[in-house]
Design a protein around this ligand. Structure first.
Ligand SMILES: C[S@@+](CC[C@H](N)C(=O)[O-])C[C@H]1O[C@@H](n2cnc3c(N)ncnc32)[C@H](O)[C@@H]1O
Length: 227
C-alpha cells in the first residue's frame, strides 16, 4: 500500500537537482555521479533494519532507498518524507512498481508529523547537504524527538574531499547546490553536528570515493538522556 500524506509542499527548500525542471533527470544523475547503488547498499547495511521496525527516510526524493529497503516479508514499516510533491510522485511510481509498502509524507523535515519516541530508525541519503546549518540543527532535534530511546540514525552524505579528483567533484557539488548548505558537509563537519545535537555513538563508518567526491556513512544512536 502506498499512502501519500500531505501537510505542506511550500517553497523554501532545495529540490533534488536544485531546479525543479531538472527533477526528471535526478535518478540518472544520481546513478552516475554518486555511485548510488554501492553507497545505498552500505548505508542500509549499517542501518540494519529489522522486521516491523518503524523507519523514516528523510528527504527520500524519488524513493530509491525505500525501494532498496523494502522487499522483505515481514519487513520494516517504511515512511518516506520529502517536501517536494513532484519528487514524491516519482517515488510513489517507483515503490508501486516494486510493490513495496511505503507511506509517503509531503512535509518539511524540520517539523515531522510523528509522535515523540514513535520511530525506531531514521535514515537519510544526500539530504543534509540541502539544508543550511540552522535547518540541519532543527532537523537533528526533530530526529532526536521522534526516535525512541536507543533509536538509530544512519546517514549518507557528502563529506570532506580527499585528493585532487574528489576536490574537483566537491567543487561541482558546491557550485551546484550552493556554498552555504554544502559547507558543513564539505568541511567534514556533519558527524560533529550530529554529536552536538546530543546523539551518542556517532561513528563515521565509511568514506567512499565516488565520481563527485566522498560520501560519508555516519551512524548514531539517540541518547538515553535527552536532558
Ligand atoms: C539530493 S535529494 C536526495 C534524494 C534521495 N534521498 C536520494 O538519496 O536520492 C535531496 C532531497 O531532500 C529534499 N528536501 C530538501 N529540503 C527538505 C526539507 N526541508 N524537508 C524535506 N525534504 C527536503 C529535496 O526535495 C530532495 O528530494
Amino acid at each position: 500500500m502506498v499512502r501519500l500524506m500531505r501537510r505542506d509542499g511550500g517553497a523554501g527548500y532545495l529540490p533534488a537537482l536544485r531546479w525543479r525542471f531538472l527533477t526528471p533527470g535526478y535518478d540518472m544523475v544520481a546513478r552516475y555521479t554518486t555511485g548510488e547503488r554501492r553507497f545505498k547498499e552500505r548505508l542500509l547495511g549499517w542501518a540494519d533494519l529489522r522486521p516491523l521496525e518503524r523507519v523514516v527516510d528523510l528527504g527520500c526524493g524519488t524513493g530509491t532507498l525505500l525501494v532498496a529497503a523494502g522487499g522483505q516479508e515481514p519487513g520494516p514499516e517504511l515512511i518516506g518524507v520529502d517536501r517536494d510533491l513532484a519528487v514524491l510522485r516519482r517515488a510513489r511510481r517507483k515503490v508501486q512498481a516494486a510493490a513495496v509498502g511505503v507511506e509517503l509524507c509531503l512535509v518539511d523535515a524540520r517539523s515531522l508529523p510523528m509522535a515523540d519516541g514513535s520511530v525506531d530508525v531514521v535514515v537519510s541519503s544526500l539530504f543534509f547537504h540541502h539544508l543550511l546549518s540552522d535547518a540541519k540543527s532543527l532537523v537533528l532535534a526533530e530526529i532526536s524527538r521522534v526516535l525512541g530511546i536507543g533509536g538509530r540514525l544512519a546517514v549518507a552524505d557528502w563529506g570532506a574531499p580527499r585528493g585532487g579528483a574528489s576536490r574537483v567533484g566537491a567543487g561541482v557539488v558546491r557550485r551546484f547546490d550552493g556554498d552555504e548548505p554544502t559547507r558543513d558537509n564539505l568541511d567534514g563537519r556533519l558527524a560533529e553536528l550530529i554529536e552536538t545535537a546530543g546523539f551518542d555513538d556517532v561513528i563515521v563508518r565509511a568514506r567512499l570515493g565516488v565520481p563527485l567526491g566522498v560520501i560519508e556513512i555516519i551512524t548514531a544512536t539517540r541518547s538515553l538522556d535527552r536532558g
